[in-house]
Design a protein around this ligand. Structure first.
Ligand code: 9MR
Length: 577
């Protein structure tokens, strides 16, 4: 199988910020430097220079050279880079490149909403659909959902929330990290200088039905999931009261396509877990502090649920979701919850200032550990980094020396991601070995860029911002496949992602994923039969196919789009850079 990778000159197919870094990668047999020309839309050569040989790129096995045309800063459209007889896809140079990506990446969440009709007037007629999973036949939930046999003797109304990904499951741990990232993108607008007031996330800037309600739209979107997460908590008076059910999904896997409102499967609550409980504790604590100015009653409800959840988790510190519980939905297994304890203690302390939470977080071995993994700063299974970033950015009463140490741990991690980025001819903050290209690798790439963006917010050192900008180059086409992984963005973009809703590839009457949907990305593990068969033997960065069947390389997911939304919001704030 030889994918068509288009021109050998790989650029950010969307474009570059006028004052930002501008890098490209050329696949070539040449080992000596090559001449390059930058041409305008009219075909005039507007800049030229010599490329830098980089040898064979480990992640792709391609012999490559890199081009740096950062010195050219004139805004315009239709630029192309010509090297080695090849002409790149066209791109812009503009300070407003990422404004719409901020809105597009957040629109994905509205399109994934469960339990409410999707309004075509807001996000396009092709995306309009009736409410899913409100107990209307053939749906069997989610308004009155029983537990799996033997797990509990009650039913819960767990309507709402977002469908996790290409399936119809709703998983607390993944909802947790996704909600954190949306709330954190908003909180950043209050703490970071470069956020410039964060207008792009405010009221009536996003396509949500709640626009105009005097609450920032990104909070409205996050609330859709928060309300669901709160419903997943075991009611008072029941066994394990205060704990949170790990997930709710279909009893058996369903096929594609399948509109939410047509899903006939019984829905079931799976057992509570310590990890899910601490996810609720953490994001409900964020909710309490961020909603306080807008809806005091909701903020109070969040605050009290967060405390109850945290106390329940301390009483039941080792109830683990099993890797074997993967029938009809993902397992989201986790048997190491020290990181969830740390994150929850941090959020509760930042919100309440209560000493007990500070005692817990400082007692955690993770408080002094290096929590940012080179291949992925954080993820649904490893959340210590979320707490660390918030301790570094949210105003708090840590002693000055402690604050300095915490911030230094963020910049030290950012320095490592920068070193990785510089070592990669495709300029992404990820090591080049196969082990780094896992299921959802694009989200790890973006989360590493979130650390870079945070380091810039903390230090105002442009090298960190430039690293975050270069990460966007990788996502939007500067990669071994010459592929933009964001639907609707770039000449050659992912649009056949694995989804039961946006299954255009299987039924032309259905839409593709909405613009701004991030594909999971290259996965050297090839964990689905379609990819395993098609891509056997692939080099890590080539282990991807834009086909709806390849769920392990090409799914959409809320925790991946939340990372993209954070980065897009950061980039939009940089303007001309
Ligand atoms: O993102 C998850 C990835 O880290 C795991 O390796 C993978 C297999 O367990 O599951 C991914 O999450 C999927 C979930 O299990 C079910 N809904 C779709 C998610 C994205 O593919």
């Amino acid at each position: 199988y030889e994918p068509d990778t288009g021109p050998r000159v790989r650029v950010n197919q969307v474009g570059y910020l006028p004052g930002g870094p501008k890098n490209a990668t050329v696949v070539t047999t040449a080992t000596d430097p090559l001449d390059w020309q930058l041409t305008s839309a009219a075909g005039a050569v507007v800049a030229s220079g010599r490329s830098t040989p980089r040898g064979v790129d480990a992640a792709s096995d391609q012999n490559v050279q890199t081009v740096d045309f950062s010195a050219f800063r004139t805004p315009g459209t239709g630029y192309r880079l010509v090297v080695d007889g090849e002409t790149s896809h066209p791109f812009d140079i503009s300070g407003t490149l990422y404004d719409r990506l901020r809105a597009d990446s957040l629109q994905f969440f509205y399109a994934q909403r469960s339990g409410t009709p999707i309004d075509g007037d807001l996000i396009g007629a092709a995306y309009a659909r009736p409410a899913g999973h409100l107990g209307v036949a053939p749906n069997q939930g989610d308004t009155d959902v029983p537990c799996q046999p033997g797990v509990c003797d009650y039913r819960l109304d767990v309507r709402g929330g977002w469908y996790d990904a290409g399936d119809h499951g709703k998983y607390v741990v993944n909802g947790g990290i996704a909600t954190y990232q949306l709330l954190n993108a908003f909180e950043r607008t209050k703490t970071a200088e470069s956020a410039a007031g964060g207008d792009g996330l405010g009221d009536s800037t996003l396509r949500v039905p709640e626009r105009g309600n005097k609450v920032p739209d990104v909070l409205d979107e996050a609330r859709w999931e928060l309300e669901f997460l709160l419903r997943m908590q075991v009611p008072a008076g029941k066994p394990l009261a205060g704990m949170v059910h790990h997930k709710i999904h279909d009893r058996a896997w369903t096929g594609l396509p399948l509109a939410p409102q047509d899903d006939p499967q019984p829905r079931e609550l799976h057992p509570p877990s310590t990890a899910a409980t601490l996810n609720l504790a953490a994001v409900a604590a964020q909710c309490a502090r961020l909603f306080a100015p807008y809806d005091a009653a909701f903020a109070a409800r969040c605050g009290s649920a967060a405390k109850t959840a945290y106390a329940a988790a301390k009483a039941h510190p080792a109830i683990y979701a099993s890797a074997a519980d993967g029938t009809g939905g993902g397992a989201y297994e986790d048997d190491k919850v020290a990181d969830e304890f740390y994150w929850a203690a941090v959020e509760l302390w930042l919100t309440t200032g209560e000493k007990a939470y500070l005692t817990d977080l400082t007692a955690s071995p993770l408080h002094t550990a290096d929590v940012f993994d080179p291949a992925g700063a954080f993820g649904w299974q490893s959340v210590a980094g979320l707490g660390r970033l918030d301790l570094a950015t949210v105003p708090n009463g840590l002693p000055a020396a402690e604050k300095t140490r915490i911030r230094a741990s963020v910049t030290a991690a950012a320095d490592r991601y920068l070193a990785a980025l510089r070592a990669q001819a495709y300029g992404l903050p990820l090591p080049g070995d196969a082990a780094s290209y896992v299921w959802g690798s694009n989200s790890n790439v973006v989360n590493n860029a979130v650390v870079l963006g945070t380091a810039f917010d903390l230090t105002r050192d442009a090298k960190y911002r430039d690293g975050a900008v270069q990460t966007a180059d990788y996502l939007l086409g500067r990669n071994a496949l010459n592929m933009s992984y964001v639907t609707g963005w770039g000449e050659q973009n992912s649009h056949h992602q694995h989804s039961r809703i946006f299954a255009h590839q299987l039924n032309p009457d259905l839409p593709n994923p909405p613009a701004g949907s991030l594909a999971g990305g290259p996965n050297a593990g090839l964990q689905d039969p379609y990819a395993a068969n098609l891509l056997a033997g692939c080099k890590p960065q080539l282990c991807y196919v834009d086909d709806i069947n390849s769920y392990s390389t090409n799914e959409v997911a809320i925790n991946w789009n939340s990372a993209l939304a954070w980065l897009a919001s950061f980039l939009a704030d940089q303007g001309d850079a």
